[in-house]
Ligand binder design. Structure first.
Ligand SMILES: C[S@@+](CC[C@H](N)C(=O)[O-])C[C@H]1O[C@@H](n2cnc3c(N)ncnc32)[C@H](O)[C@@H]1O
Length: 410
């Protein structure tokens, strides 16, 4: 028997049939038709929890989580014991990027309906997006159990294991991520990088998409974190090195991997024109706000540099950037031609432990033996002009020792 509500002219309103019709629309992939029908129904029965819930779902299916949230929240407040409503609400919160609220809602939903596979999967993926670092390992392990066929929790767990220096488990978690059929090409590239790093291998570089995402996420906190908490001073150290080289003033300079522009501030006094290049749009946005760059380029510099006119720059600076590249020959090969004769490429490297000339750390940054880099550069017409060693910043309570190099083009 269909549920009956009083309609506008006291006609009985068959809400159940309308809900069924809306569900049919949703199941047939017509969420906007469902939305239309549900909005008409809601105007007549404004506090009907099923209508509110399904309207939220239809908006959610149109990738409009912000629009869905108020309806789903109202459905939950009318029927707080409905695990299904809470699961839908949690999914919308997750899609809107409100990870903590989403996790709380999904946890509650699973308490009410522990067997809901979609809520479990969503919670696993939400937890993977929120939790970082070795302390999160137990929760991330739980996330892989909740969503065993989703790549995200396995990837996040691989990161956390690697940070905890549990290489074997990190490699296994990365391999499990790679085995998932739903893994995207970007996630697969990242998982392969993690697996290789965990096995002590040395891939040529960190995947571009991984670096972009890392710095897009980090951008807002970058300056406060690095300068405020980690005593970051690589730009300042490289600036002092450039001063000692007594370079001709007024030429063009390129800040490679310019980030938020901390390195540009140091480079500016040496530059008639200042360019910056970075792979992260969010970092570039902040760099632009400083008003010190004449031009900014969003690019992977390994692809971009070879397209530039030769002999453009008197100085190319890369402060805390080359640690995202393992094999540096392509960088040297690409930078050398864009330097004017006599121009200088100044950059920092992280110093490795004695052993292999290139090492990938558990923080997923490369360390390079400076002597090997100097030798490779010489073969490309770049001669050592200055060299120094210094504490560049702190990491996990210890100083990161770096080598600062300036190479001059013949
Ligand atoms: C640690 S930050 C340093 C930023 C800046 N140089 C400074 O000293 O504050 C490293 C920057 O290099 C950029 N980066 C790393 N690899 C890159 C690539 N292949 N192409 C362009 N930018 C890259 C990152 O996006 C990030 O903004």
């Amino acid at each position: 028997m269909a549920e009956e509500f009083a309609g506008p002219a006291d006609r009985p309103l068959d809400v159940t049939s309308r809900l069924q019709a809306a569900l049919d629309h949703l199941q047939d992939g017509r969420p906007s038709d469902a939305e239309g029908l549900l909005r008409i129904t809601l105007a007549e029965v404004p506090r009907h929890p099923d209508v509110l819930n399904l309207l939220g779902v239809s908006l959610q299916m149109q990738a409009r989580p912000e629009d869905a949230i108020p309806y789903l929240a109202q459905a939950v407040s009318l029927q707080p014991e409905s695990g299904m409503y809470r699961a839908n609400f949690g999914a919308a919160l997750a899609l809107a990027g409100r990870g903590r609220d989403a996790a709380a809602e999904l946890e509650r939903s699973l308490e009410l309906r522990p067997d809901n596979p979609i809520a479990k999967r969503n919670l696993g993926v939400v937890l993977a997006g929120m939790l970082r670092g070795p302390n999160a390992i137990p929760e991330l392990e739980r996330a892989t159990g909740l969503a065993p066929d989703a790549p995200e929790p396995h990837l996040a767990l691989a990161h956390a294991y690697l940070e905890a220096k549990r290489g074997h488990e990190a490699a296994e978690a990365a391999s499990r991520a790679l085995a998932q059929t739903r893994i995207s090409p970007k996630q697969a590239e990242q998982a392969a990088f993690l697996r290789d790093a965990a096995r002590g291998g040395s891939p040529d570089r960190a995947p571009a998409a991984y670096v972009r995402e890392l710095f897009d996420v980090y951008a807002q906190h970058f300056d406060a974190e690095l300068v405020g908490k980690l005593a970051y001073r690589t730009p300042e150290l490289l600036g002092r090195m450039l001063e000692r080289l007594a370079l001709p003033a007024g030429g063009a300079a390129l800040d490679l991997g310019c980030g938020t522009g901390l390195s540009g501030l140091v480079l500016k006094p040496f530059a008639g024109r200042l360019h910056g290049a970075d792979i992260s749009a969010k970092m570039l946005e902040l760099a632009g706000r400083r008003g010190i760059y004449d031009e900014l380029f969003e690019c992977d510099f390994l692809d971009w540099l070879p397209r530039l006119k030769p002999c453009q720059y008197g100085i190319v600076l890369a402060a805390d950037v080359l640690n995202y590249i393992g094999e540096l020959s392509p960088v040297l090969l690409a930078v050398a031609p864009v330097l004017e004769p006599g121009g200088v490429f100044a950059f920092s490297l992280e110093k490795p432990e004695p052993g292999a000339p290139v090492q990938l750390t558990s923080a997923l940054r490369f360390q390079h033996d400076a002597d090997a880099v100097i030798e490779a550069a010489r073969a490309l017409g770049l001669e050592l002009a200055a060299r120094g060693e210094a504490e560049m910043r702190m990491e996990a309570g210890k100083p990161v020792i770096g080598t600062l190099l300036a190479l001059r083009r013949h």
